[in-house]
Design a protein around this ligand. Structure first.
Ligand code: BGC
Length: 779
């Protein structure tokens, strides 16, 4: 079959044709998850495969963090997400021959990730090497409504004559997967990470329980089945320590089908016993069987109907982008929907990349989307941060600081970054958590969360800044020796992004304490402390180069030598893999939007002229060696009137995984870039800003698009923003009237739609990117 690849379709990601080379990539793009369980899009028959993976949010193994030279405060242990018991396997023997797409032929093969049904469907016609033909239909889901449950419906149909089939449905623990590390100490910790505790089976049901050696986490996985087959079938079930297998042997006459529905349940805990976990998964299985496949499907669709009614982004004029944007929304929902007080990792639960760690990506890129579409999920993610506050306070003590120091990367809240210049020194993560907290509070008015977690998060993050920074003799407040988002400049003084985010953190903490004096007292905040915060915020140093008329990303940045972009061949990107850090650090070269991100998130701290000049200056230095950059550059390109460029960057962010732009989609999806796709649509072309909780828009779309519209929830009211070339129309879909602004003019959105003209974009100066680093312009 020649025609291989993704097909463009508004509500689906469809892959047509068999391409075994693409399996690594499609296992990630076809991954299903509900934020608690994640299952990569492997074939049911187990092989061929790229990198199989089933993950449970928060379930990790501890491993040594190797250092050539140790230093004070270096984390000793790392954490790595574990590939847990695989329940997706359904092997098939067709008249004695194992169904394996590497052999025989597949005259028809198609897989569809359906954004509305929330399922992955597959239809394969397979001809065995000896010429027996079968058709396989499968559909699987990881339930949004029953958090512990996944299910697969699997059907086999003979295509010519009666056929003998043997189906083996497995639960497989300690699956052999390719080693992902060269370090033998780390490999040893991750080889067969699950220690067996318990295995049992009866009827069509089996449960396996395991624990991890070092992190001491326990888990149980269970499967149960409904089977429909013509007469004369035999069925048996058996278990070993790492395997449970249900075997069905049956003769299927032409015109009939073997149908199996496999229900899966997972549970894990750091505290609960193996019998308790066994009980939990058996209970979940009983519930799933009682619910039944059809009802699970129906509930999945209903859940997604509500999601799309509140979160859809519609694009008229670019079918590929429309598909990519919905793909992005769907995967961000999958990453965050039912995390429930666990982290949202940088790859979601779609692959083992970054060891399954969560970064600032969550608060800065993912939570804006969730806050305005699925606010409860945003709250739960912030609750996870709050639940790790003790660890963050201990880390602050260890580092000789006050307040809380959140980890740069982690699964359980402890710092796991072994490279401190771009880990520990990236203190901005605290301000990012604070900004996400303030945003969530303003967007929802959730007083319960404010009282239980919000104020404390703001206070402990603010405390760090007054201990980390100092006033100099001129009274300026400086935060020296930190790393901002651009990891090609490290341990620098007064990173503008960090300082502006810290400034907001300090203001917001003081304001929260004023709103909640009782709570402030409980947290030990007195008037003197909040006065210190306000004073630091007011005198925050923001470096500016008067000669060039632009901000300095950090002190002296604009005085450094420029990177030799012309002399850097394309294959030397990403630079961090080809040049020493010391050289990157002392030159003007920017890994990812840093000052440009500050201009978006703290746009209230810059004039329009500064934004235009800064954008042009940093655009010429930014190489986008991180997928977190294009979306931010899209937002600011739109604001400064570079609509074509904004469009190119939006496409880059949206297609990062579908086009595998960073050549690593096999390790999992880039969730921040996917969430950034929403950001580029809503904050970029929609011009949405939420400074101080006031929602404003400055919409403007590029000529390629006929129309862009999106939905948002603000304080319980749902709004719809519809942007065309000359006008924008705002509608209140439900809830109380809301105060909004359009290109600087406030209005109240009530029952009647409001249509406003779109002013011409500002005059722009042309900008350029580093040699060879311009975004791709699609046909
Ligand atoms: C980026 C970080 C990001 C991390 C995880 C790195 O390449 O520089 O900003 O948090 O990837 O996505």
């Amino acid at each position: 079959m020649d025609d291989k690849g993704y097909e463009i379709s508004p509500w689906q990601l469809k892959w047509r044709g068999l391409d075994l080379e693409a399996l690594h990539a499609t296992e990630s793009t076809f991954a299903l998850s509900n934020g608690h369980i994640g299952i990569r899009g492997t074939f049911e028959e187990g092989e061929p495969r790229g990198l199989p993976g089933t993950y449970l949010n928060g379930f990790y193994e501890q491993r040594p963090l190797p250092y050539a030279e140790a230093g004070y405060g270096y984390p000793e242990d790392g954490q790595t997400v574990v590939n847990v018991t695989d329940g997706s396997i359904i092997r098939l023997l067709v008249e004695d021959e194992p169904m394996d797409m590497r052999y025989g032929s597949a005259p028809a093969h198609e897989r569809v990730l359906d954004f509305r049904s929330g399922t992955l469907r597959r239809t394969t016609e397979w001809t065995s090497p000896t010429g027996r033909r079968v058709r396989i239909h499968s559909e699987r889901l990881v339930s949004f409504t029953s958090r512990a449950v996944a299910a697969i419906h699997y059907e086999v149909e003979p295509l010519d004559g009666d056929i003998e089939l043997v189906l083996q449905s497995d639960l497989l623990a300690n699956e052999q997967i390719p080693t992902r590390t060269d370090d033998p100490r780390v490999a040893a910790a991750l080889d067969r990470p699950l220690v067996p505790d318990f295995a049992a089976a009866h009827d069509y049901r089996a449960v396996l329980a395991h624990h991890t050696r070092a992190s001491g986490l326990r888990m149980a996985a269970g499967m149960d089945h409904e089977i429909e087959y013509p007469a004369n079938g035999r069925c048996s079930i058996e278990t070993e320590e790492d395997l449970a297998r249900l075997t069905v042997a049956v003769d299927v006459p032409q015109g009939e089908r073997l149908k199996v529905t496999k229900y899966l349940a997972y549970g894990w805990s750091a505290r609960r016993s193996t019998p308790a976990l066994r009980g939990q998964v058996e209970g979940a299985l009983a519930g799933a069987l009682e619910t039944g496949w059809e009802t699970l499907l129906k509930r999945q669709r209903e859940y997604l109907d509500i999601f799309w009614a509140t979160a859809d982004v519609e694009i008229d004029g670019d079918a590929e982008l429309q598909q990519a944007v919905r793909f992005a929304l769907f995967h961000v929902l999958q990453a965050g929907a039912r995390g429930e007080s666990r982290a949202i990792p940088a790859k979601g639960l779609t692959g083992p990349g970054y060891d399954g760690h969560a970064f600032w990506d969550t608060e800065t890129f993912v939570l804006p989307l969730l806050t305005y579409t699925v606010p409860d999920s945003a709250r739960d993610a912030l609750r996870w941060r709050h639940s790790t506050l003790d660890k963050a306070k201990n880390r602050a003590v260890q580092l000789g600081q006050a307040g809380a120091v959140f980890p740069w990367r982690s699964i359980n809240g402890e710092e796991c970054s072994g490279y401190w210049p771009a880990g520990t020194a990236a203190f901005h993560v605290g301000a990012d958590v604070a900004a996400a907290t303030s945003r969530y509070l303003a967007a929802t008015g959730d007083e319960e969360f404010e009282a239980e977690c919000g104020v404390e998060l703001l206070v402990e993050t603010a405390r760090l800044w007054t201990s980390l920074g100092h006033h100099n003799a001129q009274g300026e407040f400086r935060i020296d020796g930190v790393t901002g988002p651009d990891e090609y400049t490290a341990v620098a003084d007064n990173n503008v992004f960090t300082n502006l985010m810290a400034q907001k953190n300090l203001h917001d903490a003081a304001a929260a304490c004023e709103r909640r004096p009782g709570l402030a007292r409980e947290l030990g905040v007195d008037d003197e402390e909040s006065a210190l915060w306000r004073d630091a915020a007011e005198h925050m140093r923001i470096p500016f180069d008067d000669a060039l008329g632009v901000h300095q990303q950090s002190d002296a940045f604009t005085h450094h030598a420029e990177w030799d972009f012309e002399g850097t061949p394309p294959e030397h990107y990403p630079l961090l893999l080809n040049y020493p850090y010391f050289d990157l650090y002392r030159k003007q070269v920017v890994k990812q939007a840093d000052l440009v991100l500050a201009m978006y998130l703290r746009g209230d701290a810059f004039t329009d002229e500064q934004k235009i000049a800064n954008f042009a200056y940093y655009e010429a230095l930014t190489v986008r060696d991180s997928s977190l950059s294009a979306c931010v550059q899209s937002v600011m390109a739109a604001e400064v009137g570079q609509l074509q460029l904004a469009y190119d960057y939006l496409a880059e962010a949206a297609l990062t995984d579908l086009h595998d732009l960073h050549s690593n989609v096999e390790n999992g999806l880039h969730i921040a870039s996917l969430a950034g796709t929403w950001m580029a649509c809503v904050a970029g072309f929609g011009g949405m800003r939420d400074h101080d909780g006031d929602i404003s828009f400055a919409p403007r779309i590029p000529p390629q698009l006929v129309n862009l519209s999106f939905r948002m929830t603000v304080r319980g009211s749902q709004i719809h923003v519809d942007i065309r070339a000359k006008t924008a129309t705002y509608r209140l879909l439900s809830g109380e009237p809301v105060e909004l602004a359009h290109h600087g003019n406030p209005f109240t959105l009530d029952t009647f739609p409001v249509t406003r003209p779109i002013p011409d974009p500002p005059n722009t100066t042309p900008v350029r990117q580093p040699y060879g680093r311009a975004p791709v312009r699609r046909g």
